[in-house]
Write a protein that binds this ligand. Structure first.
Ligand code: NAD
Length: 488
């Protein structure tokens, strides 16, 4: 917590929350917002929210930087060098990034200190890609004509991100967007602004030209003003499906480009021949990671009728031993939910599960030994029918549903019986058979015998889990327009 406290003192002494046109700028009025430690409900920081007037200034600065600043005149390789420098600086701040994640939203420090590494990795990865990517491809057509296919930046981007993995989700957008040559107005979640300010500090330090990256933490009303702005060419959004649908409709009015990383209700299918010991190695950490506040959590566990008790007992045996408590303790496996409204939401779903007849086999309440903080016990329901609310809606908390199936076709049907399609896992003794089952699941990401994820591969959703992909070359393409130039 020491590094975060020092950073908060720096933020306080700077006296402003906005990084705009390359300068720390005073907001135009704006409500008071708070950063709260979810473990003990202590207010860590009060700061001023960005207003629509601030958004106007930021969009104007980003537009100017895109049209006439030094940024469009730089080569992709020069832009890549700046990104790599940002990655180096962020790498030096890894312990701070970990503490910021833990202090603002309760991610256990064992995880935040490791997973924050993706932030500098993304800057290094897309920096290198900017240097190597074929932004202009020459194509000789069948009639001998030459066409040059140029990939050009999409323009001024609004990056809107949630609170659950604040630095990583922002880094995906900033690193890929800048590598493409876009300029960015970022609106991080009001509850977790610190990571975004760290990125602004780093941008300032490496000399990113003014207006290329603007950081304006604010709530959804200011966010709405941003995504409606006619000078925003593309919106890159991560958040709830409800907000994503609204943003998509708004963007379609002016045909602004939009990419959406939304919610999930992912299934883990345990096949008849699965090795349960091996399955638990990923099922335990990824069924309720960060207290279940991760879009790709495996929240529905599909088990064969013949093995349902064995799998449930093995799973609850391990989940029951998790240490729930202060996320800054190295030995803590699960921290609190990130805010009061999250706990209200999760408790509402637990009640619904009981009311609709699911069998509560573990948890369901608040931990007895913790008197403050937004804690909920790890909660497991068994004999869940897939039509129940807890199996259909994204809870975003530590609540897992065990759903029995009769045969493989039924398992596939249940896995696909959801409006979402973000992630999934198939546990199989025969890996190739696991692959065949994985191909039948309508989802953007799935792992055979585990849960893997890499910044080098595309991540995103089928169905109502989103549109477009982040990560890999696909993540860069999402910030590029394609122009064909025929050489007459
Ligand atoms: P949210 O949709 O309420 O808010 C996300 C961000 O959007 C916040 O910055 C918020 O201020 C802003 N926002 C909300 N409405 C807006 C509007 N009308 N116009 C502009 N901005 C608006 O989501 P949340 O509760 O902060 O985050 C949790 C959700 O994010 C979950 O559904 C989770 O699955 C999803 N998520 C998805 C991914 C992914 O990669 N698919 C990753 C992490 C989180």
């Amino acid at each position: 917590m020491e590094l975060l406290k020092t950073e908060i003192e720096t933020i306080k002494s700077r006296g402003t929350s906005l990084f705009l046109d390359g300068k720390w700028t005073q907001p135009e009025g704006g409500a008071d917002l708070q950063v709260v430690n979810p473990h003990n409900e202590e207010v860590l920081l009060t700061y001023k929210e960005a207003t629509p007037a601030d958004i106007e200034k930021a969009v104007t600065a980003a537009r100017k930087a895109f049209e006439t600043g030094p940024w469009p005149k730089m080569t992709p390789a020069e832009r890549g060098d700046l990104l790599i420098k940002m990655g180096d600086e962020l790498e030096r701040r890894l312990p701070l990034l970990g503490e910021a994640w833990t202090g603002q939203m309760g991610c256990p420090i064992f995880l935040s200190s490791k997973a924050s590494a993706e932030v500098p990795e993304l800057f290094h990865y897309y920096g290198k890609m900017a240097k190597e990517f074929d932004f202009v491809e020459t194509r000789i057509l069948s009639n001998g004509m030459e066409a040059r296919i140029a990939r050009e930046p999409a323009g001024v981007v609004a990056a809107v991100t949630p609170w659950n993995a604040p630095a990583v989700l922002l880094a995906y957008k900033i690193a890929a967007g800048l590598a493409a040559g876009c300029t960015i107005v970022a609106k991080p979640s009001p509850e977790t602004p610190v990571d975004a300010w760290i990125m602004a500090e780093v941008a300032e330090m490496v000399g990113l030209p003014a207006g290329v990256l603007n950081i304006l933490p604010a709530g959804r009303e200011t966010g709405d003003y941003l995504i409606r702005h006619p000078q925003i060419d593309k919106v890159a959004f991560t958040g709830s499906t409800a907000a994503g649908k609204h943003i998509a409709k708004t963007c379609m009015d002016r045909l602004a480009r939009v990419s959406l990383e939304l919610g999930g209700k992912s299934a883990a299918i345990v096949l008849e021949d699965a090795d349960i010991g091996q399955a638990l190695q990923s099922l335990v950490p990824y069924s309720m990671p960060i207290t279940g506040q991760v879009c790709f959590s495996l929240t529905r566990v599909l088990v064969p009728e013949s093995r349902k008790d064995e799998v449930l007992d093995a799973y609850t045996g391990v989940i029951g031993k998790l240490n729930v408590g202060d996320p800054f303790e190295e030995t803590t496996h699960m921290g609190p939910l990130s805010m009061q409204r999250q706990r209200d939401r999760v408790e509402g779903y637990i009640k619904k599960g009981r009311d609709e007849g699911a069998r509560l086999v573990m948890g369901g309440g608040r931990p007895k030994n913790l008197n403050s903080g937004f804690y909920v016990e790890p909660t497991v329901f068994a004999d869940v029918d897939n039509s129940m609310t807890i199996a259909q809606e994204e809870i975003f908390g530590p609540v897992v549903s065990f759903i029995p199936y009769k045969d493989e076709d039924e398992a596939v049907r249940i896995a696909n019986d959801t409006t979402y399609g973000l992630n999934g896992a198939v546990y199989a003794g025969d890996k190739e058979h696991g692959y065949d089952v994985a191909r039948r699941i309508r989802t953007g990401n799935i792992t055979v015998n585990g849960l893997l994820k890499s910044i080098e591969a595309p991540f995103g959703g089928f169905k109502q889990s989103g549109m477009g992909r982040e990560g890999g070359p696909e993540g860069l393409m999402s910030y590029l327009e394609t122009k064909t130039i025929y050489m007459g």
